[in-house]
Design a protein around this ligand. Structure first.
Ligand SMILES: Nc1ncnc2c1ncn2[C@@H]1O[C@H](COP(=O)(O)OP(=O)(O)OP(=O)(O)O)[C@@H](O)[C@H]1O
Length: 589
C-alpha cells in the first residue's frame, strides 16, 4: 500500500471514534446518494423510451420520482450526520493533543515554537481557509469513496453503449480531479508555514478584546494601536495565502480545458450516434444522464481540501506523539536536595541564567533566596520542581539524579505558590484542595490552612463561605483583590504541606499582602508548618530575615550564604540590600 492510500484508509478508520450508529447511518446515506444518479440515468432512458413508444409512462415516472426522493433525502441527512461524526472525531483528537501537551515532564516544550506550530496544526482553531479537522477529512474521504463508486456505476451504464467514451470520461475526470487537488493542496503547505504568524494575530486579537489587557488598553488609549498591530499581523498572513491561492487558481487552466473537451465528447458521441440512427432515443437519454452522473460524481468539492487539511492535522499529531518524550523513572524519596554545578539556559536563549550553581537544601530548613530582578530565583524554583532540566550539572534528590526519577512522584513531595499563581475559576473549596487533590479533606482541614494563611476574614466575608464561586475575570462569580487571591494561594500550598508535602516553595508570597500581613507572615505562615522544608523567595528582606539560612543569587551563582545576622556582619551584597530597604523607611519617618 502506498503512503497516500494508507493515510486515506486511516482517515476512514477514524470514523470508529464516532461510535457505530452514526457512521452506519452516514454510510447508508452516502451509498443511496451515490447510487441515485446511475439509477436515474436508467430511469430517464426508460421514461424517454416509453414516451417515444407511446407506452405507459406511469411506472418509469414513479421510479424516477422515487429515485429523486431517495437521493434528496439521503443528501439532506448526509450533512448533519457527517457533522456529528466529524465533531466527535475532532473531540477525540483534541483530547489527545491536550494529553500530549500535558504528559511531558517539564514545560520547556511549551515555549518551543515548533511544538506550538504542531499544536496549532493538530488542533485547529479555525484560522485556515478550511478548518484543519481530521473529522471533516474522515467524512469527506468516505464521501469520495462512495462518489467514486457512483462514477464507476454510471460509467458501467455508459460503457453498455460506448465503452471507450465511458473509459475516457471516468479516467479523464478522475485524473483532472487529482491534478486540481494537487494544485490546491500546495496552498495547504503554504498555510502550515504561517502557523506562528497566525498565532501573533491571535495574540493581538486577545489584547484587543480580552479581559487581561482591557484596563491598560483603555487607560493608555491603545485601541487604535492594538487594532493596527492585529491588522498588520493578519494581513501579513492573508497576503501570503492569497498569493498562493491565486497561483493555484491560475494553474487550473488545463482543468477547464479538459473539462470542456470531455463535456463536448459526452454530448457529441451519443448525439451523433442518435442522429445517424445508431442509438435509439431512450439510449441517448440514458447515455446523457450517465455522463452527467460521472461529471457530478467526480467534481472536486470542498471535501478534497478538507482531506488535505485534515491529513495535515493528523501528521502534526503524529509528530507530537513521537515516542520517547518522557522516560519515567524511579519514585522519588524525600531527602536533601543538592544542586551540583547546575547551569541552565532557557530554550533558544543566548546566555545561561544559572552558571555552575551549587546549593544544598537540607530537610526541615527554611532557606531564603534573595537577589536582584532577573537573578534567576524563580528559575531555580522551576528547576527544583522539575519543570525544566539543567543544561549542565545535576540536581540530586536524596542522592538520586532528578532526571532519572519519576518527576510526578517528586512533585507529590512539593507544595508551591508561584509568583504568577493561577486564579482558578471554581469554589473556594476547590481553589484550596487543588494542591493535593488526592486528599479527602474535611472543612476543618481547609479552615486550618485558611487560618494559617491569614485568609479567615477573606472567606468569612464571602457570601457562601467555602462554597462561594470565584471567577477571576469577573463573570458568573465573585472576584477577589490581589492580596485576597494571594492569601488563598498560600492557603492552597499550606493545605498540601499539612497533608504530607515535605517541601514548600513560596515565590514572592508577600508581594500583594498589606503591611500588617507581611509583618506577621513569618511568625504565622512559616511557623505554621514546622518540620516542613521551606524555600522562600522574596525581595522583602523583612520577610526572609528569620530564615535559617539566606542565600544571595547573583550572576547565576550563590555569592553569599548564612543567617541574617551573619550576612549583615559580613557587610556584603545582602547587607547592602538590607540597608537600602531599611533606609527607605528611616528616610520616610
Ligand atoms: N520562560 C522564559 N524564557 C526565556 N527566558 C526567561 C524565561 N523566564 C525567565 N527568563 C529569563 O531568565 C532570567 C531570570 O528570570 P527569573 O524569573 O528566574 O528571575 P528572578 O530572579 O525570579 O526575577 P524577579 O526578582 O524579577 O522575579 C531573566 O533574565 C528572564 O528574562
Amino acid at each position: 500500500m502506498t503512503g497516500l492510500v494508507r493515510e486515506r484508509a486511516r482517515l476512514v478508520r477514524l470514523l470508529r471514534l464516532a461510535g457505530r450508529a452514526r457512521p452506519a447511518a452516514l454510510i447508508a446515506c452516502l451509498l443511496l446518494a451515490a447510487a441515485a444518479p446511475a439509477a436515474m440515468s436508467l430511469a430517464a432512458g426508460w421514461l424517454v423510451g416509453a414516451i417515444a413508444a407511446g407506452g405507459d409512462v406511469v411506472a418509469p415516472l414513479a421510479t424516477l420520482a422515487a429515485v429523486l426522493l431517495v437521493q434528496r433525502t439521503a443528501e439532506s441527512l448526509q450533512d448533519p450526520l457527517g457533522a456529528t461524526c466529524s465533531r466527535s472525531i475532532d473531540g477525540h483528537v483534541r483530547t489527545r493533543v491536550r494529553q500530549i501537551a500535558l504528559r511531558q515532564r517539564g514545560i520547556a516544550h511549551l515555549e518551543d515554537e515548533e511544538f506550538q506550530d504542531l499544536l496549532s496544526r493538530a488542533s485547529d482553531r479555525g484560522e485556515s481557509w478550511r478548518v484543519r479537522s481530521p473529522g471533516t477529512a474522515a467524512t469527506g474521504q468516505l464521501m469520495i469513496v462512495f462518489r467514486a463508486g457512483g462514477a464507476v456505476a454510471a460509467g458501467a451504464i455508459l460503457a453498455g453503449h460506448f465503452p471507450l467514451l465511458a473509459l475516457l470520461l471516468v479516467a479523464g475526470c478522475l485524473l483532472q480531479r487529482s491534478y486540481a487537488l494537487r494544485q490546491w493542496s500546495s496552498t495547504v503547505s503554504v498555510e502550515d508555514g504561517l502557523t506562528s504568524k497566525q498565532r501573533r494575530t491571535e495574540y493581538w486579537a486577545e489584547v484587543a478584546s480580552g479581559a487581561e489587557a482591557a484596563k491598560e488598553v483603555r487607560m493608555f488609549g491603545l485601541a487604535d494601536w492594538v487594532m493596527e498591530r492585529r491588522l498588520r499581523a493578519h494581513t501579513e498572513t492573508t497576503d501570503i495565502m492569497w498569493t498562493a491561492r491565486m497561483a493555484s487558481l491560475r494553474r487550473q487552466a488545463p482543468v477547464a480545458a479538459s473539462a470542456a473537451v470531455m463535456a463536448l465528447a459526452a454530448l457529441l458521441v451519443p448525439g451523433i450516434a442518435a442522429a445517424t440512427g445508431r442509438l435509439a432515443v431512450d439510449g441517448l437519454a440514458t447515455c446523457l444522464a450517465a455522463a452527467w452522473a460521472i461529471f457530478q460524481a467526480t467534481y472536486m468539492g470542498q471535501e478534497a481540501l478538507d482531506i488535505a487539511y485534515g491529513l495535515g492535522a493528523l501528521r502534526a499529531l503524529d509528530q507530537l506523539d513521537a515516542p520517547g518524550a518522557d522516560p519515567g523513572g524511579e519514585p522519588a524519596r524525600y531527602g536533601p536536595v543538592r544542586f551540583e554545578n547546575v547551569t541552565f539556559a532557557y530554550p533558544g536563549a543566548a546566555e545561561p541564567v544559572l552558571r555552575g550553581l551549587d546549593l544544598t537544601i537540607e530537610p526541615g530548613e527554611v532557606l531564603a533566596i534573595v537577589g536582584v530582578n532577573g537573578a534567576g530565583k524563580t528559575t531555580l524554583s522551576k528547576l527544583l520542581t522539575g519543570l525544566y532540566t539543567p543544561s549542565a550539572g545535576r540536581i540530586l534528590v536524596d542522592g538520586a539524579d532528578l532526571r532519572r526519577l519519576d518527576v510526578e512522584s517528586w512533585r507529590r513531595h512539593i507544595a508551591v505558590v508561584f509568583q504568577d499563581f493561577v486564579h482558578y475559576s471554581g469554589s473556594v473549596r476547590d481553589n484550596i484542595r487543588l494542591s493535593a487533590p488526592e486528599i479527602v479533606a474535611s472543612d476543618d482541614d481547609l479552615r486550618r490552612a485558611i487560618h494559617v494563611a491569614g485568609a479567615s476574614d477573606v472567606i468569612e466575608d464571602l457570601p457562601a463561605g467555602l462554597d462561594t464561586s470565584l471567577w477571576h475575570t469577573g463573570t458568573g462569580g465573585t472576584d477577589l483583590s490581589g492580596g485576597q487571591w494571594q492569601r488563598l494561594a498560600l492557603a492552597r500550598a499550606l493545605f498540601a504541606a499539612e497533608h504530607g508535602r515535605r517541601l514548600l516553595i513560596l515565590d514572592e508570597p508577600t508581594a500583594n499582602l498589606d503591611i500588617q500581613a507581611e509583618t506577621q507572615f513569618y511568625q504565622q505562615v512559616i511557623a505554621g508548618v514546622p518540620g516542613t522544608t521551606v524555600v522562600l523567595i522574596s525581595h522583602r528582606l523583612s520577610t526572609v530575615q528569620h530564615a535559617d539560612r539566606i542565600v544571595v543569587l547573583d550572576g547565576g551563582r550563590i555569592i553569599e550564604s548564612g543567617g541574617h545576622a551573619d550576612l549583615l556582619r559580613a557587610g556584603g551584597a545582602y547587607a547592602r540590600l538590607f540597608r537600602l530597604q531599611a533606609e527607605r523607611f528611616t528616610a520616610a519617618s
